[in-house]
Design a protein around this ligand. Structure first.
Ligand code: PLP
Length: 352
């Protein structure tokens, strides 16, 4: 709030009030960098995960087009990645979309076999937003680097929820978004390792070391850094609590409701995502019913509930049409409670 009300100067201005905003921006950059064990100058603020994904992929593709025009991604990426890749296909780039297994994991052998002499970038999400499966990020980075290829990971669902470290995971670029870790909406960042050459997406003024033009959203950035610091500090506690709630919810649904199956069965999964298929039912109908009880869940991706297409993630995992039609995603936060889980189970049991 102080950055809306008191220190509202433009961080790019030379007057005193602007200097306060600039200091806050620098502190926030250092705080975010510390959570990743990265350097402050490797963090660029963006208007969220979508911009960070678009920028990472287009920026690297355009900066490296003399080296090659082949990109590898997976079939279960968020639309921010998939649509950027599709756009690049219209610009003369080639994209390989890796398959996933029934739990949503990519095959590392298949990844290695897909690498060509002209491959410039691998973009594989850290964890999936619909089912919560976590990909083997460290091994992907190793394979990429053995072949001299850059590795971008969309960590929008993972950063702030599970340990994500530049030093440990080895990615070259990472996208994150504040509203996934209890921060404000419409703010995020792109991590770009070292002095990696990347073309800018937003052209204009000299903000963000000249790489991302546009007046900085100081209040959003300060809010994001605060939320990130808290998420990292309380991470273990939050993971344990959310895992417990998730197990409780699944056990209650499984024991009391017939014809259900779990789409979040991978051993490596996010603690807060539980995707359940209610076979013989329509997700829309379940979501409407829950909504009237003030229980807010989503079908597939919350961010794409505008286009009601069958989930491309569940399709890639080989789920049946019936499982896909009845799939509901429950997203749990550390501040949910056991009583709330019991209420959800009870309401689902009473559903006609
Ligand atoms: N990537 C993933 C995996 C997401 O889940 C989302 C949004 O939910 C995004 C990207 C887009 O992020 P934003 O909504 O901040 O633009």
């Amino acid at each position: 709030m102080p950055y809306f009300q008191v220190y509202y100067g433009n961080a790019g201005s030379s007057y005193g009030l602007g200097a306060e905003s600039r200091k806050a921006l620098n502190r926030a950059r250092a705080d975010i960098a510390a959570t990743l064990q990265a350097k402050p100058e490797e963090i660029y603020f963006t208007a969220g995960g979508t911009e960070a994904d678009n920028w990472a992929i287009r920026g690297i593709a355009e900066a490296n087009k003399e080296k090659g025009k082949h990109i590898i991604t997976s079939q279960i990426e968020h639309m921010a990645v998939l649509q950027t890749c599709r756009f690049l296909e219209t610009q003369g780039y080639e994209v390989t979309y890796l398959k996933v297994d029934s739990q949503g994991k990519i095959d590392l052998k298949e990844l290695e076999n897909a690498i060509r002499r002209d491959t410039i970038l691998i973009s594989i999400m850290y964890a999936n937003n619909e089912v919560g499966v976590i990909q083997p990020v460290r091994q992907i980075a190793e394979i990429a680097h053995e072949h001299g290829v850059l590795f971008h990971t969309d960590a929008v669902q993972a950063y702030g929820q599970i340990p994500v470290l530049a030093s440990m995971d080895g990615f070259d670029l990472l996208s994150a978004s504040a509203h996934k870790f209890n921060g404000p909406k419409g703010i995020g960042f792109l991590y770009v390792k070292g002095y990696q050459k990347i073309n800018s997406l937003m052209k204009g003024g000299g903000q963000e070391l000249g790489k991302r033009a546009g007046t900085e959203n100081v209040a959003g950035i300060v809010g994001m850094a605060k939320a990130a610091t808290m998420a990292i500090r309380e991470m273990q506690e939050r993971i344990e609590k959310t895992e417990r709630l998730r197990a409780l919810l699944w056990a209650g649904v499984f024991e009391n409701i017939s014809h259900v199956s779990c789409n979040s069965e991978a051993k490596e999964h996010l603690p807060g995502i539980l995707n359940i298929s209610f076979c013989g039912r329509e997700a829309e109908q379940i979501l409407g019913y829950l909504d009237r009880k003030e229980i807010y869940a989503s079908g597939g991706s919350a961010c794409s509930s505008y286009d009601r297409k069958p989930s491309h993630v569940l399709q890639a995992m080989g789920k049946s049409a019936e499982q896909i039609r009845g799939a509901v995603r429950f997203s749990l936060g550390y501040d949910n409670t056991e009583e709330e889980m019991e209420q959800v189970i009870e309401k689902l049991m009473k559903m006609k």
